[in-house]
Ligand binder design. Structure first.
Ligand code: FPP
Length: 257
């Protein structure tokens, strides 16, 4: 049997070094419950969620995290009431308009993971602007999963492989995990070391199903609008207490074998 794809050197180094994990991915959940608990409209929870996102980007930079992926809008979120969908689109627009220059100044490279299908021309052009302006930045890579669904992503990658085989560009025997990963929205981004989900829910909800094969998971009851540097550090501390084996033997520093 062909070997499954291995963790990259960054994943091993980030576990062994005791520093920040190279790649942290976050399912930002609980905005609605945060608002409901205060008798506020859901929009206010999302608005405060954007503030938590800003704080988290800053903390990630401070802590030396190289990649931060955030689940901002899933392909299933279209099922929400039209007003809420429009609010979330509005918040994304405002986030890019207000924060892009600051992100750029801080050397953040923005990547968008998701399909552009169904998005307005205005949003599509803002997403492209964010990516092209920051393309050459060498600091934190912020992957914004927007209009993102992991099954769709994998299906699109499989379709791209099928097209390449049909066109004679590659042989079917060249379909490896690496070849598929190279056709995902996240191509070039190392797999997440740590996936955090806030709000106490314990599921992946169609997020990074392929990429999280060897990730550590931390589920915290903190609602996303309350998420802060202390909550991020606490998740990282839990990550460091784990013994990642990637199907092999212990890689934890100090572990006897
Ligand atoms: C989950 O809370 C959160 C979302 C569906 C969207 C996440 C969005 C943000 C953090 C703000 C928007 C940021 C950008 C860049 C667009 P929920 O509404 O499912 O909360 P609930 O489960 O408590 O109802």
């Amino acid at each position: 049997m062909a070997p499954i794809s291995n963790p990259g050197p960054e994943a091993l180094a980030s576990q062994a070094g005791g520093g920040a994990p190279a790649h942290v991915a976050i399912i930002m959940d609980g905005n609605g419950r945060w608002a409901a608990a205060r008798g506020l409209p859901r929009f206010e929870g999302h608005r405060r969620g954007v503030e938590a996102l800003r704080r988290t980007v800053r903390s990630a930079i401070d802590l030396g995290i190289r990649y931060l992926t955030v689940y901002s809008f899933s392909s299933e979120n279209w099922r929400r009431p039209a007003q809420e969908v429009s609010d979330l689109m509005g918040l994304l627009k405002r986030f890019i308009r207000n924060d892009l220059a600051d992100l750029h100044r801080n050397q953040v490279r923005v990547r968008i993971a998701g399909t552009r299908e169904g998005l307005s021309d205005e949003i599509k052009s803002l997403l492209s602007e964010a990516e092209s302006l920051t393309r050459d930045n060498a600091g934190l890579t912020l992957v914004v999963a927007f209009n993102y669904g992991s099954r769709q992503e994998i299906a699109e990658a499989a379709a791209a492989l099928a097209r390449d085989v049909a066109a004679g560009k590659i042989d079917a025997s060249a379909i490896t995990p690496e070849a598929l990963a190279a056709r995902l929205y996240t191509h070039g981004v190392p797999d997440p070391d740590l996936v955090i989900r806030t709000s106490g829910e314990v599921r992946l909800s169609n997020f990074l199903l392929w990429q999280a094969a060897y990730s550590e998971f931390v589920f915290t009851p903190v609602l996303w609008p309350d998420f802060d540097r202390a909550a991020l550090e606490s998740a990282i501390a839990e990550f460091h207490a784990r013994d990642r084996r990637f199907g092999g033997v212990s890689v934890r520093v100090g572990a006897s074998a």
